[in-house]
Design a protein around this ligand. Structure first.
Ligand code: PHE
Length: 455
């Protein structure tokens, strides 16, 4: 076939940072701290880590393996590994899931653009302002959030147009490095506030009485979302990876980095919330849900010394994290359009922009003019958030492990894991991974899943 050879990542570091960039996102900075707040702090972290090792790592290894072996977008990768079978529709489901996530993700990405702009204009300087009302007024405005959503999506598209090396890899490298430096600075500021230690205690002293079946479901959904697994992003990025890479080491590294980052983001936020609450003589409220970052934090920044600078840094970090994740979501859809519909990269980006932007408009309006419009009892935004994190990602993950564990031959699986025997991975370790993929992960996901719907 006279097809141009596919692009690949330029270096191992670039590949790892691009994948970490996909994983580290709003899920870490915006979602993880409030999930932690709602689900009992440290106990949630422990359940989360358990889910990560037993269920998510096997899914990531499977996804990585299928992508690297298939060397194509999710649809074609499955088709190449199981020619002519129905499995390729799982690949299609993954593309669909990525498009659905991007459609609501770009709305929150837009909010972070707006809050960065506001913090640069020193809008969070009055301790008296009603930040909840301001946030409510902004997101329910019929057109303002739309403008920011479009700006966010356009920035994402602009990076993708430049391709894998010059766009995704180069930008991820820069952005993730800057992001890391910034978040460490914000953590230092947060931890040096008087009273911050109580927040640290909340994060690290577990209260097991808060662990219920719901905690497990919440932890699993959060882990899938945060690691970007189950919807073809790792698969698509892995299709640009060289055959020399160590699948297991890369997956472990990305999972570790993502989890560390979530905990660090928690340290940037929760201790600061505690410190300012004590200063005001009120009870700290870290269970504020999605409003934690956009309502509680501006109030916190407004009252702390050097808060103006901390606010700018924090919202810049939020935006960088969101963009590096959004590019990975868009790349899944774009790779599919390029390879299956034979369009140029630029056209594929445009199609994806219009498609996800179009749905994104409805997600955004569901906080304002479309509040009353419900899909299965949920607002459009909540509907997309719910069906992707709680259904599409776990189902995708389940099917990915079933494919890697049952449809691929064991010898092929082990061969891919050890790069044809070149890597010195102890036999017991590769077999453990194999059985985690084949038995433990699918059963575990299925159990938690059934429990969600029949309890
Ligand atoms: N992992 C990203 C985050 O934490 C979100 C994401 C989910 C990105 C699924 C790609 C795929 O924000």
């Amino acid at each position: 076939m006279a097809r141009k050879s596919r692009e690949t990542f330029d270096s191992r570091m670039g590949m790892l940072l691009a994948m970490a960039g996909s994983a580290i996102g709003l899920g870490n900075i915006w979602r993880f701290p409030y999930m932690l707040g709602k689900n009992g702090g440290a106990a949630f972290i422990l359940v989360y880590i358990l889910m990560l090792v037993v269920l998510c790592l096997p899914v990531m290894v499977s996804e990585y393996l299928i992508g690297r072996r298939g060397e194509a977008n999710p649809f074609s990768s499955f088709d190449k590994l199981a020619p002519g079978s129905k499995w390729r529709w799982i690949g299609f489901l993954a593309v669909l899931a990525s498009a659905c996530i991007l459609s609501f993700y770009c709305v929150v990405g837009g909010w972070s653009v707006k809050y960065l702009a506001d913090s640069c204009a020193m809008a969070f300087s009055s301790g008296q302002a009603d930040y909840a009302a301001n946030f409510g007024a902004f997101i329910s405005n019929p057109w303002k959030p739309l403008v920011y959503t479009i700006i966010f999506l356009a920035l994402t598209g602009l990076i993708i147009v430049f391709g894998v090396r010059k766009g995704i890899e180069r930008m991820s490298k820069v952005m993730i490095t800057v992001l890391f430096v910034i978040i460490v600075l914000v953590v230092i500021r947060s931890l040096s506030l008087p009273g911050a230690i109580e927040g640290v205690r909340y994060m690290f002293v577990p209260d097991f009485s808060k662990v219920t079946a719901d905690t497990c479901i919440a932890a699993m959904g959060q882990a899938f979302f945060s690691l970007s697994i189950g919807c073809g992003t790792i698969l698509t990025y892995a299709s640009y990876v060289s055959k020399e890479e160590n699948i297991l080491a890369s997956s472990a590294w990305i999972s570790f980095f993502d989890t560390m980052f979530a905990i660090i983001a928690g340290l940037a936020i929760i201790p600061a919330v505690y410190a300012i609450a004590y200063m005001n003589g009120v009870e700290p409220d870290v269970s504020a849900g999605p409003g934690l970052v956009f309502i509680t934090l501006p109030g916190v920044f407004s009252q702390m010394p050097l808060g103006g600078v901390a606010a700018i840094l924090f919202f810049l970090a939020l935006l960088l994290a969101a963009i590096t994740s959004a590019i990975s979501l868009m790349e899944v859809v774009v790779a599919f359009i390029i390879e299956e519909m034979r369009r140029s990269r630029a056209k594929a980006v445009l199609i994806c922009f219009m498609l996800c932007g179009g749905v994104g408009v409805f997600c955004s309006l569901s906080f304002g003019p479309l509040t009353g419009f419900r899909l299965f009892g949920l607002s459009v935004f909540d509907f997309f958030d719910y069906i992707t994190s709680n259904i599409m990602l776990p189902v995708g993950g389940l099917l990915l492990t079933v494919f890697a564990g049952w449809r691929l031959k064991r010898a092929n699986f082990l061969d891919e894991l050890t790069n044809g025997g070149k890597l010195r991975i102890p036999r017991w370790l590769s077999l453990t991974i194999y059985y985690l993929v084949k038995l433990v992960a699918p059963l575990g996901i299925l159990l938690i899943f059934l429990n969600t719907f029949f309890s």
